[in-house]
Structures are given as C-alpha cells and as structure tokens.
Design a binder for this molecule. Sequence first.
Ligand code: AMP
Length: 429
Amino acid sequence: MSGEASYRARSVKGMRDLLPPETAVWNAVEATAREVFGRYGFEEIRTPVVEETELFVRGVGGATDIVGKEMYTFADKKGKSLTLRPENTAPVARAYAQHQLASRPQPLRLYYIGPQFRYERPQKGRYRQFYQIGAEILGDEGPWTDAEVVVMLVRFLEALGFEDLDVLINTVGDRESRERYRERLVGFLSPLADELGEDSRRRLDTNPLRILDTKSPREIELLADAPRLRDSLNDASRAHFDEFCSALGACDVSFRLDDRLVRGLDYYTRTVFEIQSGRLGAQSALVGGGRYDGLVEEVGGPPTPGIGFAIGLDRLVECLPERSELTVTTRPSFAVVRLGEVSMLDAIGLSEELRLDGLEVIAELSGSLRSALRRADRRGSAYAILFGDDELAAGKLTVKRFEDGYQIEVRREGAAQALRDALGLENPS
Ligand code: AMP
C-alpha cells in the first residue's frame, strides 16, 4: 500500500445520500402513505428503475415535457436504448398491460414509492435522482374515482400535519374536447408566437396546453384573452367534471376551480388537480395529478381509464409541518456498558438476550466506561445498563437514566421484563 489514494469518492452530481436521522423522517412519511392508502384499498406495485426508452417517448414527437432534455437515456451493451424512469405512471401502465391486470377485479388501486431520474440542472430542491410517492386507479372512468384519489391524497397530507391545503382542480376535457380546444388555442397563439418565450414557442407545436401554466408575466398577460378550455367541453366532459366536484363535496373536501391548471404531462384527459400548501409559497405545488384515459392503450394494453398523482418526496419532507412528531421513537433505547472487568462475552450475551426480548439495545463495549457512557449519551440512548463483576455475582444489573441520572437495580434473570416493570415501559405488542 503506497498510502497515496488519489481517488476521493463522491456521489454523482444531482444525486444525494439520505442520512440518518433524516431517513427516519422519510420512513415515517412512507409509513403514513402505506397506512392511509391501505385504508382506501390501494396495494403496492414496484416496477424496475430501467425501462425501454420507447415507453417514455411515445406518440407524435414524444410530446411529454420530460422527454428530450431531461431523460437519463443510455445504450446497454447490446446497443438497446434504455432510460432510467423519469416518472412512474407510464411504467405502471406498462405493467398493467403486460400482466393482463385488466382481468383482475376492476378498478385496480395501486401505489408506488421509489426513485425517479431526470437529468435536470441541479438546484435547490431539484435532484437528478429524486423520489416520488404516487397512486393510480386503473379501470374505472367514473368521476367518483377521481374524487377518491383526490380525497385520499388530502387525507394523506392531513395525516402528515398539513392544514393549509389548497386543492385546485380543472378539466382538460376528453380527447374530442381537448382536440377542439387545442386547435382554438393554437389559432389564438400562433399570430402571437413572436411574443412568446422560447419554451412556449416550442410547446406551440408539441404541447400547446402546457403554455397555459406559464410563469412568465408577459405570457400570462397575453393569455388573458385566450379561449377558455371550459367553453370547448362537450356535454359528457362537462357532466364528468360536475360529478367529480359533487363527489369531493360529499367527502367534505373543499376545492377551487382553476382555469389555467393543465399540468405538464400531455397524456392527461378530463380531471387535473394540484394541491398547494401555504408553506411553500404561492403557486408552488406540493403534488399534482390527473386522469389519463389513453395511456394504457398507448403502451399496448386494452383501452383503460386511469387516474393518479405523484408527490415529490424530497420536497414534501423538506416542508413537513410536524417533523419532530413524526419521528418520535416509541421505544427508549438501552446501551449496555461494561463496568470493570466483566467479560466481553457476558456483555454481548446480555445485549442479545434483551434484543430478543424486544428491547432496542446498543452494546457500547469498547474503550473505558467513561467513553462508552459518553458515546451512548451522544447517540441519544435513554438508559445505560451498567454490567460489572459485582452485578454478575449478585445476579443484578444497574440501570441509569441519562436524562436525570436516576439509577436503580433490577434482577439479571428475566432482565427485559424486570426493566419494563421498573421503568414503567410498555410490553411489546
Ligand atoms: P411531475 O412528474 O413533473 O408532475 O412531478 C411530480 C412531483 O415530483 C413534483 O411535485 C415535484 O415535487 C417532484 N419532482 C419532479 N422533478 C423533481 C426533481 N428533479 N427533484 C425533486 N423533485 C422533483
């Protein structure tokens, strides 16, 4: 060994490590999602991180906004084009088609939790590997399914402690209404193309509806006189939207109509929604979603209606109102430390016995008693179990509470239960 290591390993740009104790917050959020979604009968799906590139580049010009500049696309060793998934709805639709999930009782309620990848310019809150929690209902086009998804999402956010939620909804109509509107909008905007920004000019060809949610003040001004999507709706689309609104009302979820809400992905039909939180500042969406009745068919499955949402977990965790409450550990943790010359093996054996009986135990066995106690205290252990020759001989353990120095003795035999009784701890359920 020369000792001249020249390689200093670093995580890839835009990709970060999630470290403890932050991971405890993530786990708590994910556990809340599983719990709330479970109550609505949703089941988990896990799709691969890598998919064939075609899955994300479909239809005319691959018009999803993610496509092009933001995808992690590479050739595998045989030259096949693969892509790290930039979102999870298309993979879920692919799985639905591939595994004939239409033959199961419909609709299917699925959720996913996992990493997504976009080659974005890294900036605060934007990562190249980021995480989403999402849910989809496939196989039912009734407006009550739209409501079920939105209501569940609201309940999830409430369970995380959000109180100031603003539910924005809109409809982009069914295909027919949308096509009609698309033509009208392009007709309105084309003469103004020179005044549009570069992104919007590009979208005029690829995804004109997306121009509606521009953040540019100049474009917002131009759009003031644009035809309204709601005026292009056919009767069926209008009725669907009205019933969706009524169903939200029946579940006591308040909402606002927002004409300009169209969401980024081009596969949305009919319902679109977004939930904002005062915590993030105006116009900053916590989560969005919508109906995508054409998607499963586009990836080779039977015509299947679908509706869903995706929440950016990185952002969500950052702006959680009740971080501390979410991560309170219910079990106090113990540190076994050696007093004097008690054997390492006795201390290890004791630690393992307590764990098997359901306690959280760290064996702080190295170094002096003082250093072991200091480490345990810094780690946040609640109690030290002092185990020495005297204790061994007397069949006892000395327990010290870090918080206030309170100290007692408990019997060695059946120590876990003795600790619970002496410290007033609950038995594991
Ligand atoms: P989208 O699929 O673009 O509608 O995004 C859904 C959610 O994913 C948004 O609410 C964002 O919070 C989150 N998101 C999208 N891209 C990123 C990124 N690069 N880094 C972190 N979060 C992201």
